[in-house]
Design a protein around this ligand. Structure first.
Ligand code: 5AD
Ligand code: SF4
Length: 439
């Protein structure tokens, strides 16, 4: 019996799919491999609804399975994650795609095992969405980790920010932080298992602990993790500019184990748009945060998310975004076209035409690409400590610097999971190439 998991969206989902894999394996399923197996017996869609494109893609895949299910009525089809949690979506899915057997919400994945058993033994479907704002955190979960040298660790769930474009707070509930001892124990175990990079995950990691004012804050958690013995490094994402504080920046600079890398979504460079987005910072504030990061950690890698075409965004607003992008010079940026999300505040604002959004993103991407190229070029002649992640091609391996840049250099399988100092000799867009520098 084989399983297939189709994962969409962010790292949080990628990590949750590791939990889904673990549940399926505990039921006796093996991972589907199209080179060996003819077909799969269970397919789980771990869904995303952050943009319409993600949703359309998922629906079209689910639609395609109708025929497969007809030919093999024992095929189990499950939908979990953000999309199932959207208001009204469960009814649409059940009506339009009756071949779906199981639908579970973002905090109900633990019910997958019993849902499958119930289906196999009693032919009973399960559709469960926990709609409470603070679903309980279930500890003691197993993960079938597939991320090589890196392991993901959730430190918190949900989001309280309600940016007006964003569906996340509606589908993932309010912020809930895991307890520090639970996180430390998990990280210790991962280091003992040989993982070399731990990435802490949360929608807004800087507000870790704010749901427990007497408990530790994010900088304290970082320090405790940084002090653990072992040859490893710690990353985290995502940071909200309004919550990233001096204490955290200083903590990152204090410990070699903490990666000099911050993902700091700006979204827009226009104060009008930032206000309409409910981001609760101004462009001036954002620039000050960047200044502070660079004064405390001069070599810090800074990446961002930028959105174009938010309702009401004028040509001048967009120019403000381009200006700030040129000024900050991010290592790299994820760029998005604003997508209407039903139920969010921005969905009822006057929208701007798609042609305008599309033209703007092209301009933005062009500028960012040339800045990314320059920022890579600055690395030539410098040496970075790289964690080797895998084989790139015959005789070549690739890995990442502390700041998150991808580097390719000569080496074999024996280097995977090892740190090496690499001298950068050539760059191409965001890609760096180099040679190992012996100590
Ligand atoms: N449309 C487009 N992009 C969005 N994001 C969040 N919501 C939307 C939306 N409705 C982007 C933001 C966020 C990233 C994870 O996804 O830039 O930082
Ligand atoms: Fe969405 Fe804003 Fe929360 Fe990020 S901080 S998940 S963009 S609401």
């Amino acid at each position: 019996m084989n399983y297939k998991i189709n994962t969409y969206g962010c790292q949080m989902n990628v990590h949750e799919s590791e939990k889904i894999a673990s549940i399926l394996r505990s039921l006796g399923y093996a991972e589907f491999n199209e080179n060996i197996h003819e077909n799969y017996d269970v397919i789980i869609f771990n869904t995303c609804c952050i943009r319409d494109t993600a949703e359309q893609k998922i629906f079209s895949h689910i639609g395609e399975l109708k025929i497969q299910k007809k030919n093999n009525p024992n095929l189990i089809i499950g939908i979990v994650g953000c999309m199932s949690q959207q208001e009204g979506k469960i009814d649409i899915m059940r009506a339009k795609y009756p071949h779906i057997d199981i639908i579970l919400g973002t905090s109900n994945i633990d019910l997958l095992a019993e849902s499958i058993v119930n289906l196999r033994e009693n032919k009973k479907h399960t559709y469960i969405i926990d709609e409470s704002e603070r679903p309980e955190i279930v500890e003691g979960k197993d993960y079938y980790r597939t991320s090589g040298t890196n392991a993901w660790v959730n430190i918190m769930y949900g989001c309280d920010n309600f940016c007006t474009y964003c569906i996340v707070p509606y589908v993932r509930g309010r912020e809930r932080s895991r307890s520090m001892p639970d996180i430390i124990n998990e990280v210790k175990e991962l280091i003992n298992c040989g993982y070399k990079e731990i990435t802490l995950l949360g929608q807004n990691v800087n507000s870790y602990g704010s749901d427990n004012p007497d408990g530790p804050d994010f900088s304290t958690l970082l320090e405790e993790l940084a002090k653990l013995s072992g040859n490893h490094r710690i990353r985290f994402m995502t940071s909200h500019p309004k919550d990233l504080n001096t204490k955290v920046i200083e903590m990152i600079s204090k410990y070699d184990t903490l990666c000099k890398s911050i993902h700091l979504p700006i979204q827009s460079g226009s104060n009008n748009v930032l206000e309409a987005m409910n981001r609760r910072y101004t462009r001036e504030y954002y620039l000050n945060v960047i200044k502070e990061i660079r004064s405390i950690i001069p070599d810090c890698g800074i990446t961002t998310d930028i959105m174009v075409g938010f309702p009401g965004e004028t040509e001048q607003d967009f120019e403000d975004t381009l200006d700030i992008v040129r000024e900050v010079q991010f290592n790299s940026a994820f760029t998005y076209i604003y997508s209407v999300r039903k139920g969010t505040v921005a969905a009822s604002m006057p929208q701007i035409p798609y042609a305008v959004k599309s033209e703007r993103i092209q301009r933005l991407i062009k500028i960012q690409n040339s800045l990314t190229k320059e920022s890579s070029k600055d690395c030539e002649g410098k040496t970075f400590r790289v964690l080797v992640e895998g084989i790139k091609s015959i005789g070549k391996v690739s890995g990442r610097t502390d700041a998150g840049r991808l580097v390719t250099f000569e080496g074999g399988e024996d280097l995977i999971g090892e740190f090496r100092n690499v001298l950068i000799t050539k760059t191409q867009s965001a890609a760096l190439f180099g040679t190992i520098k012996e100590d």
